[in-house]
Design a protein around this ligand. Sequence first.
Ligand code: SF4
Ligand code: SF4
Length: 146
Amino acid sequence: MSFWKQKTLAEMSTEEWEMLCDGCGKCCLNKLIDDETDELYYTNAACLLLDCQTGQCKHYSDRFKHVPQCTEITVDNIAELDWLPDSCAYRRLHLGRELPSWHPLIAGSKVAMRNNGMSVCGKVVCETQVKDIEDHIVLWPLKDMD
Ligand code: SF4
Ligand code: SF4
């Protein structure tokens, strides 16, 4: 049986934890919160370290040196990170859901993830090119599917 079915998040090794990430890149998008309603909005403005074509962080291993405000997702803070997309593997497992059929660990590659519109690849711009962040609000990062 697969490690994500056999183990809890807390039981996973560092390597297994990292493998859980589908590489969608949605967590690297700037988000806005409405002051009055607390509603969360995703934008298509990506962190300056994100490769907008591949959806990968360009300096993942030393990202905090470049972007100190980057959030490390851990078993200790996953419950608080309610801004993660519903499709996120960590959020799904934390909430007792299964990994989706398009997840690279199940599908064997990122092709299904991209074909199903679950990746930021080619759909985002670097935050350094953004003038008015409110013009960049998008709904597609909220998409979730099994
Ligand atoms: S949203 Fe979750 S699964 Fe997607 S890249 Fe971020 S941490 Fe990985
Ligand atoms: S530093 Fe890397 S992992 Fe962190 S938000 Fe930016 S692109 Fe994503």
